[in-house]
Design a protein around this ligand. Structure first.
Ligand code: G6P
Length: 613
């Protein structure tokens, strides 16, 4: 939700900031803006829409300057228009601020500022914050860092902010609480961003700004960090593992299709050093380091949002099957507020691609406060959630840029499956024979995905048939039920076609009323996993003239003959079918959205990283 970027150094800031915004555009694309200091002027340029709209406007103006901040917005307070776009000026236009997050007590602060004679142009909470900083600065006669600190002490909410001051062209002040912020350290230059993607092409030395910390970036000086409660901190410099090529489309028309096609590699990366194919063995260091905790756990609670929640459901099936530990899968947004029972011997597993989702982060805090052991499954290294957990496991899917999650999902399922197998083996609740067979099969999954990807063209062809549809139903049972949910989510996210995932047998309790010859029904009917039952469910759809698109196991002619379209996937163990069945559904959603002319990588109203609740 909103991306922020900043630069101070020897280079022209504008191209660095614009490229940074383009990298962060996945976080929101309602409006974009930039502030630069040049020739003693603080110039602010803003545009409704995407970064490209900002570029068209800004390039008519003075875009010089070696210091600047920039923002791409996902609207919370105030509609997405030019006035509400960031940066926001203070009343005197001496300060400019960008913000990612929500200032919850903005209304009270705004009233107080109005009484002091401040006026407001926008509907945003952000403008209140910059006015407050100016008011505090002027009334206390302090420098910008101190003013930011004093102002933030009055603020309730979440933020990552950066502020610049017209008369201080050598300083950027930034701070965070609840929203992410990374500083890149170059030679006599600093970069600032919501994540490392705008920074990686310039330096691999970064500092992840901590909760309630304020950083002061001064030209030619060392990075300074103080907390909001005024404690000085020593910057901890970390090395980035990310590479630039991971952030580019590499010849594909969209990031989403690139990321779908990357899955054979990303799953190998997820398993690298963990699955030993020769010896049919799994070593997950996060598990080994905390083996006793897992073996003694009375219950596991998985907490996540969106696609990560779907991965969590598959994890539940695998952990309960192999490790015989009860697992609850919670929407983080519900879990954090509904006074859940959390015990000291519970293990809480937050799953998050970004590692920044506000609700999941809050769920982690809650579980921690109740003494549970927190084991994170995240993709982005160094993000807030992994930094707040006791232990965990990275998914190693590499940067995922397409807003609709694909490779991160299959990597999450892979890690959860490895975890379930390890606990089961160590607990003795899983037979040696099944363990060996499943680990062997897991090692084959990347090659089997390659076989499915060969059907891309065929899927693109039949996808054209379905652009007329207003609604879709996705059905699956057992491990394939969460796959149905995920397939439906992919379609609605990017093609704006309404789609619902259902357990196939539940269809009779409602959705069957929707079935007619216009209604496409996607059925995951693989031979591993209640095949006969699903075949009966297909018969029920057929009897009502629904259009059947089935995902079947290679060689199955029964379901093929009942279906209008089929996509076949190689056979595998039942618990691994989701890793294969998800692929054709991702491809189908992608191609339907492309034919409909939708913006696949940046679907309307969505953002990849939801850092507001
Ligand atoms: C947003 C994204 C989804 C993602 C969800 C959870 O809604 O658009 O793709 O699944 O957030 O994000 P996380 O980073 O926590 O996995």
């Amino acid at each position: 939700m909103c991306g922020i970027v900043g630069y101070i150094g020897k280079q022209e800031a504008y191209p660095i900031l614009i490229r940074g915004l383009q990298r962060l555009e996945y976080r929101g694309y309602d409006s974009a803006g930039i502030a630069l200091i040049h020739n003693e002027n603080l110039n602010v340029y803003k545009a409704k829409g995407k970064v490209a709209d900002l570029v068209r406007f800004a390039e008519q103006q003075d875009i010089h300057g070696t210091i600047g901040i920039a923002h791409t917005r996902w609207a919370t307070h105030g509609e997405p228009n030019q006035v509400n776009a960031h940066p926001h000026y203070s009343q005197s236009e001496e300060l400019a601020l960008i913000h990612n997050g929500i200032i919850e007590n903005y209304a009270v602060l705004k009233e107080g500022l109005k009484e002091q004679g401040y006026t407001f142009n926008s509907d945003t909470d952000t403008e209140v914050l910059i006015q407050l900083i100016e008011f505090v600065k002027k009334s206390n006669k302090v420098d910008l860092t101190k003013a930011v600190q004093l102002a933030l002490n009055q603020v309730v909410g979440a933020y990552a902010i950066a502020v610049i001051e017209k008369d201080q062209p050598d300083t950027i002040v930034a701070a965070r609480k609840g929203s992410p912020l990374v500083v890149g350290i170059g030679e006599d230059e600093f970069f600032l961003a919501s994540d490392a993607t705008p920074i990686v092409e310039f330096t691999n030395q970064v500092v992840y700004v901590g909760e309630e910390e304020i950083v002061t970036l001064r030209r030619g000086q060392e990075l300074k960090i103080r907390t909001i409660s005024d404690v000085e901190k020593t910057p901890e410099i970390k090395k980035l593992e990310m590479t630039l090529t991971q952030l580019e489309k590499g010849g594909y028309p969209h990031f989403m299709i690139k990321e779908i096609f990357e899955q054979p590699k990303t799953l190998s990366d997820s398993m690298r050093g963990r699955v030993n194919i020769e010896e049919n063995n799994i070593t997950l260091s996060g598990f080994i380091d905390n083996k006793e905790k897992f073996l003694n756990a009375k219950r596991i609670i998985i907490t996540a949002c969106g696609t990560s929640w779907h991965a969590g459901l598959i994890g539940k099936y695998a952990i309960e099957e192999f490790a015989r530990i009860p697992v609850e899968v919670e929407y983080s947004s519900e879990f954090r507020y509904r006074k859940p029972v959390i015990n000291k011997d519970d293990i809480v597993i937050p799953i998050s691609q970004s590692g920044e989702t506000a609700d999941t982060l809050a769920a982690v805090e809650l579980a921690k406060s109740k003494g549970a052991f927190i084991f994170g499954i995240c993709n982005v290294v160094g993000a807030s959630i992994p930094r707040n957990t006791d232990s965990g496991c990275y998914t190693h899917a590499g940067p995922e840029i397409g807003v609709a999650s694909t490779k991160a999902f299959t990597a999450q399922v892979t890690v959860l499956t490895m975890l379930a197998l390890m606990i089961g083996k160590e607990k003795g609740t899983l037979s040696e024979e099944q363990y060996l067979r499943t680990v062997h099969e897991l090692g084959q999954i990347p090659d089997k995905i390659k076989i499915i990807l060969e059907q891309n063209e065929a899927i693109a062809q039949f996808a054209k048939t379905f652009t007329y549809a207003q609604n879709f139903i996705y059905l699956g049972r057992g491990y394939n039920f969460p796959v149905a949910l995920e397939g439906a989510l992919k379609l609605k996210e990017i093609s704006y076609i309404h789609a619902e995932g259902y357990p196939a047998a539940e269809m009779k309790h409602g959705p069957i009323a929707l079935i007619s010859q216009e209604m496409p029904v996607v059925v995951i009917a693989t031979s591993a996993g209640m095949y006969d039952k699903v075949v009966s469910n297909i018969q029920e759809i057929k009897a009502r003239k629904g259009k059947i698109i089935s995902v079947i196991t290679e060689g199955d002619v029964v379901v093929k003959n009942l279906s209008d379209y089929t996509i076949s996937i190689p056979d595998t163990e039942e618990c691994l079918v989701p890793l294969l069945a998800a692929i054709p559904l991702q491809l189908m959603a992608y191609h339907i959205a492309v034919v409909k002319g939708c913006d696949v990588d940046q679907p309307r109203n969505l953002a990849k990283s939801v850092t507001v609740e």
